[in-house]
Design a protein around this ligand. Structure first.
Ligand code: FAD
Ligand code: NA
Length: 384
């Protein structure tokens, strides 16, 4: 049954890119096994049956990149709309534009500052701690943007994201908090941005649409009752593993910690609920972090206007059965990761890739870019 040249565990962008390259560039037979009942990892989307609106099942996914190689590669499988991402925040009963920009600053301080005045004001407010080295996230944020903007836009949101007071979080979580001293609130700064014209899933499926690629859904690498399991496949063919690195080694060095998200979908009886794709909720008395309204990702589509689909997002620490979304990355996690990397190096015929296999947050373009270069640097070598 192991009639394959290459076994790929996980059908996210990393695994799909490796499979596609192996099939088209080296003529190899690649088998992808996927634990879930669908292809595509967290980028998967589907049509909500009640409204006909495409929604991103694992949270809103915006494609953007400045990597020309990645841009050229992805355009083989889909074309992109000219969608530009913008985010707003509700704070204290008022809506502000994000990321924090001159419009946010002037609305918040009821002022008409020019860029130089706004810059001077924020620099002065950021001096509150004097030269003191920030000891927690709150102090770090204040040292970057001052207390008033921190308390309005960062404090409550961060506390909800981490279920932890920012005074108890590491200052390292934030390295930059850029304020834009223009009115530009276009969220991403990359050369290329857009959403796949006919949705994420057709793009993901096209990547696997090759006679040499087989995808087996509902198939867990650690399930010994399916033939392509870890024990049965050890040493048989090279393996690209994109599941959690700690799980591969049976958590022998302890479990790496993750944050997860809970999503709550709701159909509202109106053609437009919030007037934008993503509304953040900055304050702690609102339990969710943001609301996505998916129709706004595709203004070019002819969606019905009787109803709209919204999704509230809640953030918390992941337990054993939860989907791992964002690495927590504590000092203990980094130490465990070092150990797992050593174990991984001792397995020359297994490539650990993607966000779970490397315990790193990767945007889609990063997962694809990483797969393209590791295909060249590792996979080609296996078959040379
Ligand atoms: P994944 O997509 O996670 O794929 C890994 C796959 O492996 C999964 O399908 C999983 O089921 C499977 N698997 C795991 N263990 C096993 C096993 N034992 N057996 C079989 N299969 C297994 N990126 C952007 O560019 N823009 C965004 O706006 C954006 N938003 C995001 C929002 C959220 C909430 C999250 C979590 C991520 C977001 N990303 C975004 C990142 C994007 O999802 C990742 O870049 C992409 O999913 C990485 O692909 P991957 O293949 O590494 O991992
Ligand atoms: Na196929």
């Amino acid at each position: 049954d192991a009639d394959t040249d290459l076994l790929i565990v996980g059908s996210g962008f990393f695994g799909l890119t490796i499979a596609e390259r192996a099939a088209t560039q080296l003529g190899l037979k690649a088998t992808i096994i996927e634990r879930r009942g669908h292809i595509g990892g967290n980028a998967y989307s589907e049509i909500d049956p009640e409204t006909g609106i495409e929604y991103h099942k694992y949270g809103a996914h915006l494609f953007h990149t400045s990597n020309e190689r990645v841009w050229e590669y992805v355009n083989q499988f889909t074309s992109f709309t000219n969608y530009q991402h913008r985010v707003y925040a509700t704070h204290n009963g008022e809506v502000f534009p994000l990321p924090i920009n001159l419009g946010t600053v002037n609305q918040f301080f009821r002022a008409a500052y020019g860029p130089d005045e706004a810059r001077a004001l924020i620099a002065e407010q950021a001096q509150e701690l004097g030269g003191k080295e920030p000891e927690n996230l709150e102090e770090k944020a204040i040292s970057l943007i001052g207390r008033p903007l921190y308390e309005a836009f960062i404090k409550g949101y961060t506390a909800k994201q981490w279920q932890t007071a920012p005074t108890k979080l590491s200052p390292e979580i934030i390295t930059r908090l850029p304020v834009r001293y223009t009115y530009d609130n276009h969220y991403f700064k990359d050369t290329h941005e857009g959403l796949p014209v006919d949705g994420y899933t057709p793009w993901l499926e096209r990547m696997a649409d090759h006679p040499n690629i087989e995808v087996r859904l509902n198939t867990d690498f650690f399930d010994e009752s399916q033939p392509l399991n870890k024990t049965a496949m050890a040493g048989k063919v090279p393996i690209v593993y994109t599941g959690p690195i700690d799980r591969y080694f049976d958590h022998t060095l302890g479990a790496l910690s993750w944050r997860t998200l809970d999503f709550e979908k709701e159909v509202k009886p109106t053609g437009d609920f919030q007037g934008c794709a993503v509304m953040n909720y900055s304050d702690e008395d609102v339990p969710f972090t943001r609301i996505h309204e998916f129709r706004h990702f595709h203004p070019e589509r002819d969606y019905q206007t009787e109803k709209t689909l919204i999704m509230r997002e809640y953030s918390r620490f992941a337990g054993g059965g939860d989907e791992p979304y964002y690495p927590v990355n504590t000092p203990e996690d980094r130490e465990k990761l070092e150990g797992y990397r050593k174990l991984a190096e001792a397995e020359p015929n297994v490539l650990f890739g993607g966000r779970l296999g490397t315990y790193k947050y990767l945007d889609m373009h990063m997962a694809i870019g990483s797969a393209l270069s590791r295909f060249d640097n590792v996979v080609r070598g296996w078959f040379a």
